[in-house]
Design a protein around this ligand. Structure first.
Ligand code: AMP
Ligand code: ZN
Length: 317
């Protein structure tokens, strides 16, 4: 099979684009798809300072590399979740990537900040581990953006992530989530603007990119990630995609063409609801006198005390 762009031997086939590419042309394809997403959704300007949330997985490490290659000013941010080997490996990949590429990186530890593990959080809040983890990520991402002076926060969500999220939100008609199911969320009252520059690229394309660019990343899955529904939606969309290439892209981008008509008031309404004060305990932006992260922290401390346990020492095991 020949590369569609230069007729050399192709190494990757992209049925959704009715194409096949050699390594060099695939590399240009990934860069141009990212640049197009940034331009179409007005994600970034050359003056922006981008805080890239890097988990240690292929998407966010590749995103950090791509944004640097596109000459954006970036700082990496990693939240060490303190989940045994999985977190140690993830953090290791992020730190070695930063030093290899000579890029600034900020690392925070959830365990140290909460004085408890993800399991302690799940126990204290009586919610799945992923929900405490999600709350913590949102809190730390915003805090790090403000602390570093970054103007935008970028995450590594790809086309598969966004399409499967849209699928789930439509199945359950989650209006409030549908309004926010977009790759660009504006800055609201002190919270940073959020963008997803990999929205035009699939999971497979990102894995091929990380492989061709020799970017080491964590292969282990988070032991708590059992979001079976999201995995099922991805699987179903992939089945439709293989029967009818291009459907996943058409599904998501067809929606994005309509989103402003479907939800014209949403972001305005959110603007009115957006936080005006500061948390009494941590000083971060908050809707309530004490922010949800500090309330979660309190619950963990009380829960450990109730069980006659002392909070964990401030260092990770
Ligand atoms: P996930 O929610 O695990 O699918 O991750 C989605 C995106 O959130 C990733 O591509 C990263 O940009 C960001 N992210 C997830 N986990 C972390 C973490 N521990 N530290 C920093 N960024 C993260
Ligand atoms: Zn707080």
């Amino acid at each position: 099979m020949k590369c569609r762009a230069c007729a050399q031997k192709a190494v990757i086939r992209l049925p959704s684009h009715n194409s096949a590419f050699c390594p060099g042309c695939f590399d240009r394809f990934v860069l141009s798809q990212t640049a197009r997403a940034i331009e179409d959704h007005r994600m970034l300007t050359p003056e922006d300072h981008v805080l890239v949330a890097v988990s240690g997985g292929k998407d966010s490490l590749a995103l950090w590399e791509i944004l640097s290659r596109l000459n954006y000013r970036t700082t990496g941010f990693h939240l060490d979740l303190g989940i045994g080997e999985y977190s140690a490996e993830s953090r290791g990949h992020v730190e070695s990537f930063a030093s290899r590429h000579n890029l600034p990186l900020v690392v925070e530890s959830l365990r140290e900040s909460v004085n408890g593990s993800v399991t302690d959080i799940a126990h204290a809040t009586r919610r799945p581990a992923c929900s405490g983890c999600g709350l913590a990520k949102r809190y730390f991402f915003n805090r790090a953006a403000l602390a570093t002076g970054a103007t935008v926060l970028a995450t590594g969500h790809n086309l598969d992530d966004e399409a499967s999220r849209l699928f789930g939100n439509l199945l359950h008609w989650h209006d409030e989530y549908l309004a926010k199911n977009r790759p660009d969320l504006p800055s609201l009252s002190g919270l940073s603007k959020k963008v997803k520059p990999l929205v035009r690229l699939t999971e497979k394309e990102m894995a091929s990119y990380a492989f061709l660019r020799k970017i080491p990343y964590v292969l282990k899955e988070c032991p708590h990630s059992t979001d079976a529904k999201q995995l099922l939606y991805k699987k179903l969309l992939n089945e439709v995609e293989s029967a009818s290439p291009g459907t996943k892209h058409a599904f998501l981008f067809g929606y994005l063409e309509r989103i402003d008509r479907l939800f014209p008031m949403r972001l305005e309404e959110d603007h009115e609801e957006s936080p005006s004060g500061r948390c009494e305990q941590c000083g971060e932006i908050s809707w309530t006198p004490v922010c949800s992260f500090c309330r979660m922290k309190e619950k963990v401390a009380k829960d450990l005390e109730k069980d006659g346990l002392i909070p964990l020492p401030k260092t990770a095991p």
